[in-house]
Design a protein around this ligand. Sequence first.
Ligand code: CTP
Length: 458
Amino acid sequence: MKKVITYGTFDLFHEGHYNLLKRAKTLGDYLIVGVTTEYYDLQRGKLNVVDSILERIENVKRTGLADEIIVEDHEGQKQEDIQKLGVDIFTVGSDWVGIFDYLKELCQVVYLERTPEISSSILRASKYPIVQVGVVGSGRIAPRFLAEAKFVSGVNVRAVYNPHEMSAERFGKTYEVEAYYGDFKTFLEDMDAIYIASPHQTHYEYAKMAIEQGRHVLCEKPLTFTVREAQELYALAKDRGVVLMEGIKTAYCPGFIQMMNVARSGMIGEVRDVEACFSRITAAQMREMQDEKFGGAFLEFGSYTLLPIFKLLGCQYKSVEFDSILARNGIDLYTKIHFRYKDGLAMSKTGIGVKSEGQLVIAGTKGYILAESPWWLTKSFAVRYEDPTKIEHYSPKFLGDGLRYEIADFVSKINGGNRMAYCLTNEESIAMAGVVERFMKERGKVRGMVGTRNAKEY
Ligand code: CTP
């Protein structure tokens, strides 16, 4: 019996898939079809797959052509399957010519002619029109957003807005963005969605105006400075039927999601303590050091450190205490926040004028998770136990600078998929605004009293 194997995502099952399977079947007597898992697709950068794995398997099954269906969930699996299942022929469409020649050591490799003018990507584009996004602000993050959006299908960054039109123009020309605006209202008219990457204190106003105009909003952290404002924005977005997402990129990274799930799985017992640290020594002339009201370490990096705390211990802490080292201009160079929960503790440390070990430690009753810097990009983490020789290492894949996962989730939510709403819930985002609000009040009280040196001296 001649065994044939083929693999694919088979998203929005179409004629091209059917033809491929039909031809594959005629190559032998027994056809095995490998369907990719969602996690594997994310890992290899195939973002915005619409159908769930169950739907995709069901569609392959319905053709009646597959004698066996398996799932593909990791790199290197093809070699394993070919050997394990005794496969004679590996086949895929002609868009892959040459790519799988390395399998010729194990079996025959056949590239079948691809059906012209149809693909899942084409169907996705016709089913969901390309989301036209405008970027608010042309500072440091904006170019990264442009670069990463190119890896996400179904989205086009069409314009940039800056109240200083000259800056918008300069940015537009440098990065070849189609349009630039100095007037926010006109800018909104031409966009489906906006990405807010302007100074912190402008987020709320821009988000509110955009939502009121029925535009989807992806807003850089921190979303707002008060709970009331955050609640208002989420309620408004719900009312207008648009997506509002806070852009804490770590929340959307596959590795971080996996780490949170491992922590919750019972492997380390009950989670009792989360310690998260993020520090980056920042030059004196930078906005973070200079902006007396909205600069400082916590407002810059606190969203990252609060994220695993709220994800694992919840948003209902019993008490919170702040401690900062301030510069003479009032900005915090280093901030420690201590949370007490009913059954646990947590610590957030952020620094721009103090350098510390940027690690995340999740302590449980049976063991702990250690994720070293840069844990917020989550390229690796380890589960450790009392026995120091027992260590389980995880090395999830992480593509680009991570923003693409957040953009993909934004686009998928706009297109009606709510499958990943667990990455960052409204409740978590609002709770973060609550900590920001209390921090601003506390910092106001100690302002000027703790500082030893002026920001310029760092
Ligand atoms: N295929 C084909 N003809 C097409 C489209 C796909 O023969 N018009 C084949 C691919 O070469 C592959 C299999 O179908 O062997 C599954 O492909 P998959 O990547 O799932 O589908 P695409 O439509 O190519 O998806 P995308 O547009 O997302 O790349």
